[in-house]
Every structure is written in C-alpha cells, then in structure tokens.
Design a protein around this ligand. Sequence first.
Ligand SMILES: [Zn+2]
Length: 324
Amino acid sequence: MRQHVESPPRRRVTFKFAKTNVMKNKKGDVKKGTSLKKGDVLNITALLKRFPAVCALMLFGGSLSPLFSWGYDGHALINNGAIKNLPSEMKFFVKKRKVINKHVMDPDRRKGDDREEPVRHWLDLEYFGAPPFRALFEFKKPPREEDYKIRSGKLPWAIAETLEQLTEALTENDGEKIILLAADLAHYVGDGANPLHTTENYDGQWTGNRGIHSRFESALIKRYDSSVKIGTFSAVYVEDPLKFIFEYLIESHGRVEAILQADRKSCWEPGIYDNYYYDRMWGELEALINDCFSQGSFTLASLFYTAHINAAKNITPAGDSGTN
Ligand SMILES: [Zn+2]
C-alpha cells in the first residue's frame, strides 16, 4: 500500500523531517511556515497544527492509494514501444518481448509480500523543493527512512538499482534473470511515465480531483490504449543513469497540472464519470498521453541499451553475452 506515513502514533510522538517541503496543498502552493529543515523535530501537537491533513491520514491509518499503477495494458505498451525501437543487435529482447510482458506486473504483485516494495513505485517530487528540483540531484541514494517519516517515495533509485541488476544478469548471461529484471525495469520506468506517480497530490486529493489517479491511468487508458501512438526513436547510451532518471521523472511531473485541468473541464456533473467524461478527457489529453508513453518507451529503451553496452564492456573478449 502506498503510505505517506508510518504506523499511526498512539501517543505523543516526535517526528524528524529532512529536506522536506511537505505541505504544499497544490503544486507550487506552499503554506507559509511549513517548510522544514533537516533535523527539525516536531511533536504531534505542533504537527497537528501545521499539517492537519497529514495528521488526519495518520490517525485514520495513513494510506490512500493501495495499488495504483498503469494496468497491464499500459505497462506492456511502454515495454513494446521500447523493444521495437532497440538497436538490431539486441535480438534477445525482441525474442523475449512477450515473456517480459508476462512479468511486467511482478513488482505490483510483490507489494503484498514485501513492506519495502510499495514505496519503490512513486516519487513525490515536492519533497525536493520546487522545479527544477535541484535538491533531488543530491540524493545518490534514497533519503534515509528515519529522516522521512513522511515518505518521498523511492522510484528513481528503484529504477537505478534494477538497471544495475539487469547489467549484472546480462554480464552473467543468465537468461531467466535477464527476463525478470527487464520486466521489473519496464514496470518501474512505466510507473514514472504516469505523472501522477511523481506528485504528492497523486489522487487529486488536494485540488478537488479526488479519484483522478485511477480515472486517468486505468479507466481512460483501458478505453483508449489502442489509440496510443508511440513513435520511432533511437535509444541512447546513458552516462549518468540516475541523473537521466531524475530528469525523466521531472519531465513527467510537468504534465500533472494539465491532467488535473482536463479532469475539471471534462466532468460536467460532480461525481459523474460517464462516456462523455472519458471521451472529453481523451480529446483533452491525447497528445499528452502519447508523450507519456513515448517518453516512457524512450527512457526504457535507453536503459536497456545502456545495460547491454555496459555488460558487453564487462565481458571478456572471449566471452559471448548470448543475448544478441
Ligand atoms: Zn507499480
């Protein structure tokens, strides 16, 4: 389950925050006096006064969005878009595309068994200041849990870690591992393609758009997935994967506001999400959605390609990766 907070406190508890701008009610709309610095310590009373919405979440169990993710169709679209654009020498990925798709939802399936998994599917960029989110680039590793009782998410580091593991699997020429890790990488990169995985207002809960997350990534895409267009491109070798991933997520985040606006425009009657609503949403967002999927596919293809090149460098001249 996506959790912004740890277990709800039973009695007076102190919280430490690091580098947070936690309480932006809307993108770019910071409440005066809510910015906290590393090492700030608050007690629950102070927290209640300053952050009532967050405390309400804590007191009522603290989780909002259990299983948000593109459905299978969305993740498979991104994987297919990546693999069709890989250089011709990466035939293994082309041959195994369907098997990779079969496993593309594995990371979501692990969420129930592994407490650390859910937080790997999103990043609340607001925790790292305002655009261009320079503070984010200081984090070569995820923020320490103990500093982030209200979590920022770990998506970029999950992508980078999976890329390293995939590179190792390619170096070892372990076909099964390559498939599973390629699927994991496709999943995490695919999550980043959804702008709502990059914001603390991930369900429109602070802007009158509650429920937008599943309307956008599930219901709308289910209706229109066959209309999504992913163009052709050349995958690139990525020198600095983490920076590349950060930039990808920041670009994705730039689409949040347009989605929220389209949601407001398309809803003709509060709470009614009918054919009219979805048709109008698609009309408003078709170009943006094509960009989400194209950018996701380009990023994934480039990371696959980078793993392939780096693995080839690791292999001795006499070796054969077997994945060409
Ligand atoms: Zn996910």
